[in-house]
Design a protein around this ligand. Sequence first.
Ligand code: HEM
Length: 411
Amino acid sequence: MEAAPEIPDILSEEFTANPYPSYRIMQEYFPLVWHEPTKSYIISRYEDVSRAFRDQVFTTANYDWQLEPVHGRTILQLSGREHSVRRALVAPAFRGSELEEKFLPSIERNARELIDGFRDSGSADLVADFATHFPVNVIVDMLGLDKGDHARFHGWYTSIIGFLGNLAGDPEVTAAGLRTREELAAYMIPVIRERRAHPGGDLLSALCTAEIDGTQMSDEDIKAFVSLLLAAGGETTDKAMASLFANLLQHPDQLEAVRRDRGLIPRAFAETLRYSPPVHMIMRQPAEEVTVSGGTIPAGSTVTCLIGAANRDPRRFADPDRFDIFRDDLDTANAFSAAASHLSFALGRHFCVGALLAKTEVEVGAGQLLDAMPELRLRDGFTPGERGVFTRGPAALPVEFTPAVRTGTTV
Ligand code: HEM
């Protein structure tokens, strides 16, 4: 008789190097695991993870300790009416029409400015030269903040995400997260006061002047929101953009198809989100005892929901370890809405409010990169790899290309 495998440990080196075989073992043999180091129950099947995102018995109270110490209180923790009222404040800025009218030109300009840095050189690192900067520059522009402070914003959101994903409880990572809260507040509060006095057309002014039930958000509320937007919109889209290119470069026929038909970018992005999600796990806290595959979870426990596993559950996706932008079991039309079949933006009430912004950024960024980089290929001898456990993406993506012949001022 075949011996049952050992329970994989999400904190092991083997898991960090390549979590996908462990995900499969968990789904098959251990769909519910108690993980002592993180004091959480781990779930990995598509059916269970998607339910945890939709069923309101799975609350987001875990963010009280997971994020509130660095951000302050944000919509991620809220529920019911408080959540929907707060969410309605920002949602319009991230919807199709306002996005197109107000922010598309800035998204296009930000992509072009970064590509100008390497378009004539014939080589680039798509992570260091593009993906790391692009989404955070867009958010900073949307908020009307100073892009010259990019290094600070980048440092802040990296330490916030570090705090969130600090599964091993490293005290230095905790300290850096807490320091960020102080530094970001010292930076933002004077800007918020100034913006209240002199509002403009930017998203920060909209937050400063908006009224909820007849009262305005406090300076601290707005600061917390900005902190969340920087982290949620920076780190994730950064990884998504890099993973999209890593996946396409390793599948040159699919890269060629996308180059020929840019209408395929959303499809390639949706499959990238399924196959290599930027956020591999998020947590929930059931308000009551719940039963999932493999057993029962007591009320009040922390549940670690493995998005990276669920997106590759063979019960849901055929041949799930194959990257295939033409697969017919991934619904691209809904991939950026709460009806998505992949789970990378979560589902339900907390479904990512920035999903359409991320899609627009990827469409614009990938389109401009493909224009600027004919004959795009990985640098000789380089094989892309992923880094990270909680969030995950390529650490570097060195490429070579034949610089495009320019006919106008910009390509
Ligand atoms: C590919 C890129 C992105 C991915 C993979 C992603 C992923 C996620 C996930 C998984 C959640 C749900 C968290 C939970 O339920 O616990 C979420 C929520 C959220 N995301 Fe994103 N995100 C992305 C881009 C963005 C962008 C560009 C923004 C805005 C600048 C953004 C802002 C938010 C906010 C504010 C929430 C909280 C929504 C709520 O609680 O109602 N995200 N995102």
